[in-house]
Design a protein around this ligand. Structure first.
Ligand code: AMP
Length: 193
């Protein structure tokens, strides 16, 4: 399956993405993880994006798109993939459309985890504490939430128009959410059969 997972920062995307990927044996590709790894390893890319991540802004489309293009060219994506954190802008949506049509493939679904904003802010503050993630200060979290609402929420509307959006309630226990997600994806596969 070729999937995108969408949801406000802290909606539990990363955890659910790993579980979906494991169950369907496809790679979970997180642009945020790729950037953080590069920052940790002090690569050239890491040095370029470090201040952007700590300010909560977006890495420029041309940089992000190139990274995803390279990643999707790797052989482990042949049977599918799950994108987490990409696309986030209309330019990235368009670039992904082109990459997929060049490969004569298309997306199967765009999964959106829906959550209550107050709970999301609490989850993020907790995670920042637990993981010592210095990029997750309260100010950065608020900035990211604002950016999400302004720029990313329209993407889910667009995928809904395309008939690809699958909304799953992201509230409650992580395992419950996983169960809902897996059921929704199983139903999609059954519909296709
Ligand atoms: P995430 O872990 O997905 O919340 O991403 C962490 C940070 O990485 C974001 O706040 C952005 O600075 C950057 N980032 C991740 N994915 C993208 C993307 N698709 N476009 C632009 N910036 C991104």
């Amino acid at each position: 399956m070729r999937l995108i997972i969408l949801g406000a920062p802290g909606a539990g995307k990363g955890t659910q993405a790993e579980r979906i990927a494991a169950r369907r044996q496809i790679p979970a590709i997180s642009t945020g993880d790729i950037f953080r790894k590069n920052i940790a390893e002090e690569t050239e890319l890491g040095q370029r994006v470090k201040s952007i991540l700590s300010s909560g802004g977006y890495v420029p489309d041309e940089v992000t798109i190139e990274i995803v293009r390279d990643r999707l060219a790797e052989s482990d994506t042949a049977n599918g993939f799950l994108l987490d954190g990409f696309p986030r802008t209309p330019g990235q949506v368009e670039a992904l459309d082109e990459m997929l049509s060049d490969q004569d493939t298309s997306l199967d679904a765009v999964l959106e985890l829906t959550v209550d904003t107050d709970e999301v802010v609490q989850r993020l503050l907790q995670r920042a504490q637990d993981q010592g993630r210095e990029d997750d200060t309260e100010e950065v979290i608020r900035e990211r939430m604002n950016i999400y609402v302004e720029e990313t929420a329209p993407l889910s509307r667009m995928y809904r128009h395309r008939g690809l959006l699958v909304e799953v309630d992201g509230m409650g226990e992580v395992d419950e959410v996983t169960e809902r997600v897996q059921t929704a994806l199983d139903n999609l596969e059954d519909d296709d059969a």
